[in-house]
Design a protein around this ligand. Structure first.
Ligand code: NDP
Length: 391
């Protein structure tokens, strides 16, 4: 029996993970499941899978969770400390699928216990790549990618020497607005940005796909995860989302990972690694697919890609700044306080403000400094947006 915990169990990745685990319950001992606002789902899954503990991130939802778990034998807990305690419980395999920078601390705690961390939460490596990799190495823990692109690269690299890699190409669907005239983007609504052409995902990542902030995070994650140089990382628009990534080697070979857009492949690969097991995903019929298309991304349409390059070149804590500013700008877009194209300009301005203050980005990468930087970047983003709203 493998001991497993799922952080962000009630979300899109969490539910797909539970789908796989629930198909073979005899193989898994479920330690902790966590969520935030969706108490009914959290309690139902914790009961069904016989988890030791269910945790909501929201302190004020503890009574609701307790009531929903009454008589089940599953312990209920709430709040940030409870999330960290859940991550400290011994587990062999931990899914990191909380959305946003909130996923960082529980993931680090799981790595400190020597667990295998299946990393869907891309913010973890974007905000604190060096710290996360050091923590894993120090504790003999393993990181496995769950983002479909990084899982694809990881699979293409099996048996290969990273020194023989010339380039990594991360594909992008182009999101909801890939065919819109650029001048119309300023008028894009929340509902329009919240619909993805190929993937069914949480709302935040879907909007980040339309703006390509999601791809920007993935480019930074690629640099951190595989230890390649920024100029070795490319991105290309591939509207069908069938090829998830390609790895180019020094002899000119290009290895592509091809499959239907279903996150259960990448989750299942990480769950069963180093074995491959049968997964309930559609098998591609290439004759039916018939053709695959590619085009170069336009940085005027997707300024987030240019900002990602800036962050990759800059290093230090600039990833934490980038992500925090992006999260606040996204909150503001969702709340209807700023427009779609304003998100990138807010992030750019926050990065500029940090650059102007000597030493901030180059502070040592400790969890404390990452969290302080995250907090300050959010404050600066709020300040910029308040000032713009006042004009
Ligand atoms: P969802 O929004 O669907 O789910 C997010 C999860 O995090 C939910 O369980 C939610 O709880 C929980 N949560 C929200 N806020 C907090 C908080 N402050 N503290 C603790 N938990 C919180 O997201 P996705 O599943 O789409 O994405 C999860 C992560 O995986 C993201 O980092 C995303 O970038 C990454 N990812 C997602 C992919 C996808 O296909 N969806 C693909 C690749 C990566 P509740 O719902 O109960 O409020």
């Amino acid at each position: 029996m493998r001991r497993v915990s799922i952080f962000g169990a009630t979300g899109s990745i969490g539910q797909n993970t539970i789908d796989l685990i629930a198909r073979a319950p005899q193989d898994y001992d479920v330690v902790a499941l966590t969520g935030a606002g969706n108490i009914a789902q959290l309690a139902a899954d914790a009961r069904r899978l016989g988890a030791d503990v269910a945790v909501t991130a929201y302190d004020d939802r503890l009574d609701d969770l307790r009531a929903a778990l009454k008589g089940s034998g599953v312990a209920a807990a709430a709040g940030h400390n409870a999330l960290i305690e859940a991550a400290a419980r011994p587990a062999d395999w931990v899914m990191s699928a909380i959305v946003g920078a909130a996923g960082l601390a529980p993931g680090l705690t799981a790595l400190e216990q020597g667990a295998t961390l299946a990393l869907a939460n891309k913010e973890t490596l974007v905000c604190a790549g060096g710290l996360v990799l050091d923590t894993a190495a120090r504790n003999g823990a393993r990181l496995l990618p769950v983002d479909s692109e990084h899982s694809a690269v990881f699979q293409a690299l099996i048996g290969e020497d990273i020194a023989a890699v010339e380039r990594i190409i991360i594909t992008a669907s182009g999101g909801a607005f890939r065919d819109w005239p650029i001048k119309d983007l300023a008028k894009a609504t929340l509902a329009q940005a919240s619909s993805h052409p190929n993937w069914a995902m949480g709302q935040r990542i879907t909007i980040d796909s339309a703006s390509m902030f999601n791809k920007a995070l993935e480019l930074i994650e690629t640099k951190e995860f595989f230890g390649v140089r920024p100029e070795q990382i490319e991105t290309i628009i591939h509207p069908e989302s069938m090829i998830h990534a390609l790895v180019g080697f020094v002899d000119g070979a290009l290895m592509a990972h091809v499959g239907p857009p279903d996150m259960r492949h990448a989750i299942g690969f990480a769950l069963h690694w180093p074995e491959r097991r049968d997964l309930p995903v559609e098998r591609l019929d290439l004759a039916r697919v018939s053709q695959l298309n590619f085009r170069a991304p336009d940085e005027a349409r997707y300024p987030a890609l240019r900002l990602a390059r800036q962050v990759m070149e800059r290093g230090g804590l600039s990833g934490a700044v980038f992500n925090a500013a992006k999260e606040r700008a996204l909150d503001a877009f969702i709340a209807g306080r700023i427009g779609f194209v304003d998100m990138a300009s807010v992030v750019e301005e926050v990065l500029g403000q940090f650059e102007a203050e000597a030493g901030l980005i180059d502070a040592p990468m400790s969890l404390d400094n990452v969290l302080k930087t995250d907090h300050l970047a959010r404050k600066k983003a709020d300040g910029i947006m308040a000032e713009r709203a006042g004009k």
